[in-house]
Design a protein around this ligand. Structure first.
Ligand SMILES: [Zn+2]
Length: 131
C-alpha cells in the first residue's frame, strides 16, 4: 500500500496493514485509537501529548478546504454570504471526524517510517496460515 493510501485509509505507518482507529466506525469510538498496532505492535502514542501537532495539521487541512468551498460558493456560484457560511459550518461539522483522523494519520506517518520487513512478515505469516 502506498503512503498516500495508507494516510487516507488510517493504517499503521510502519506495516501499513493494522488500523489506526477501531473498526467499524461508530460515534462511540470515533476518536479512540488502540494503543498498539494489531499487526506489527507499533505503539500509536509513543509519548504523552504525541498528537498535539496533529491538531494543527487537521486545522490547516480543514481550513483550506472549507474556506475554498466558501469562496467558491460566494464568488463562482454567487450565493449569499450568510447562506454559504451556514452551509460551510454544517459541512465542517459533518466532516470534523474525517479531518481529526486525517490529522492524526498524517502526524504519525510523519514520525514513524514504513518498514518493509513488517509488511512482508505479515504477508509471509498470512500465507502460512492459509496453507
Ligand atoms: Zn503496524
Amino acid at each position: 500500500m502506498g503512503l498516500l493510501k495508507s494516510i487516507l485509509k488510517n493504517t499503521c505507518p510502519r506495516c501499513r496493514r493494522g488500523d489506526l482507529f477501531y473498526r467499524p466506525f461508530t460515534l462511540k469510538n470515533a476518536y479512540k485509537m488502540p494503543s498498539h498496532c494489531s499487526v506489527c505492535n507499533q505503539r500509536y502514542a509513543p509519548e504523552p501529548g504525541f498528537y498535539f501537532g496533529a491538531m494543527f495539521l487537521s486545522y490547516i487541512a480543514s481550513a483550506i478546504i472549507l474556506v475554498a468551498g466558501a469562496l467558491f460558493m460566494v464568488f463562482a456560484l454567487r450565493w449569499d454570504v450568510n447562506m454559504s457560511l451556514v452551509i460551510i459550518f454544517v459541512i465542517g461539522g459533518l466532516t470534523h471526524n474525517f479531518f481529526y483522523r486525517l490529522g492524526r494519520s498524517l502526524w504519525i506517518h510523519l514520525m514513524v517510517r514504513y518498514d518493509r520487513r513488517y509488511a512482508s512478515k505479515m504477508e509471509a505469516s498470512s500465507t502460512e496460515k492459509s496453507q
